[in-house]
Write a protein that binds this ligand. Structure first.
Ligand SMILES: NC(=O)c1ccc[n+]([C@@H]2O[C@H](COP(=O)([O-])OP(=O)(O)OC[C@H]3O[C@@H](n4cnc5c(N)ncnc54)[C@H](OP(=O)(O)O)[C@@H]3O)[C@@H](O)[C@H]2O)c1
Length: 238
């Protein structure tokens, strides 16, 4: 297992259900964690709860390339590069196509797909200087398989799948690893606003989802875990 002590980890979307549970585990392993949220008040809470230096917490909307680049510049003033980038930011708008607006479709792609693109662009160059690093994305099972009502979400996550796999081809001469974790339904606030009859008790427990991400962070760099799938027993979609 790879030691996480003092590893520089950027956790984008640290305020989310999966993000915060992952943060707990990373801090417990003495990783040096940088965090983001769109809201300063959420960052303040996380900084206090998990004893994160305030200068390592950033307000960030991944839709803005300028904001992502500014965060990368600030982080690279403290550390030459991030060892592990975890992108746990994302939104889910689940509606039948006739109810889905063009604005909602664009928003979903802007956050889930273009936001990921901005992060790659901002953090890969520094990783490339040492040819080492790990980037963990969360396409989810809807990045591989369709679901009724998920046209925008699946489009963004299938897109993320293609984006990451293509970039992986460009990194063949480096030891920069890209891991996609495909989680099935996980019980987080992600589902609070989604108008769908689901049994959240049968979902993956968010602690288990975070533990899977934490496990991925600890894989030795001699090999690549390119994919991991974790699904609820009652809904094994892939
Ligand atoms: N829950 C599931 O069933 C499930 C399954 C498979 C994959 N996933 C994926 O896992 C990731 C995390 O999901 P979750 O369940 O933890 O969701 P969540 O609890 O709703 O958290 C979402 C996170 O995304 C951040 N975020 C949203 N829009 C953003 C933006 N424009 N810029 C920057 N950050 C933004 C939120 O931060 P602020 O609101 O603080 O800015 C929050 O930290 C998502 O990519 C989701 O698609 C979830």
């Amino acid at each position: 297992m790879e030691m996480l002590v003092n590893k520089k980890v950027l956790l984008v979307g640290a305020s989310g259900g999966i993000g915060e549970e992952t943060l707990k585990l990373l801090k417990g392993s003495q990783a040096n964690v940088f965090i983001t949220s769109r809201e300063q008040s959420k960052l303040d809470d996380l900084v206090q709860k998990y004893e994160i230096p305030a200068h390592q917490a950033f307000v960030l909307d991944v839709r803005s390339e300028e904001e992502v680049n500014a965060v990368a510049d600030k982080i690279h003033q403290f550390v030459p590069k991030i060892d592990i980038l975890i992108n746990a930011a994302g939104i889910g708008i689940i509606k039948p196509i006739e109810d889905l607006s063009s604005a909602e479709f664009s928003l979903t792609l802007d956050v889930n797909l273009k936001g990921s693109f901005h992060l790659f662009k901002a953090f890969l160059p520094a990783m490339k200087t040492t040819k080492k690093g790990l980037i963990i994305n969360l396409p989810g099972v809807l990045g591989k398989t369709p679901m009724s009502g998920a046209s925008a979400y699946a489009a963004s996550k299938y897109g993320l799948n293609g984006l990451t796999k293509s970039i992986r081809e460009e990194l063949r001469r480096t030891e920069i690893r890209i891991t996609n974790i495909y989680l099935g339904g996980t019980d987080t606030p992600f589902w609070d606003e989604i108008d769908l009859r689901v049994n959240r008790e049968k979902f993956i427990n968010v602690k288990e989802a975070a533990r899977a991400i934490w496990f991925l962070c600890q894989q030795p760099s001699s090999g690549v875990v390119s994919e991991m799938v974790l699904q609820p027993f009652n809904h094994q979609a892939i």
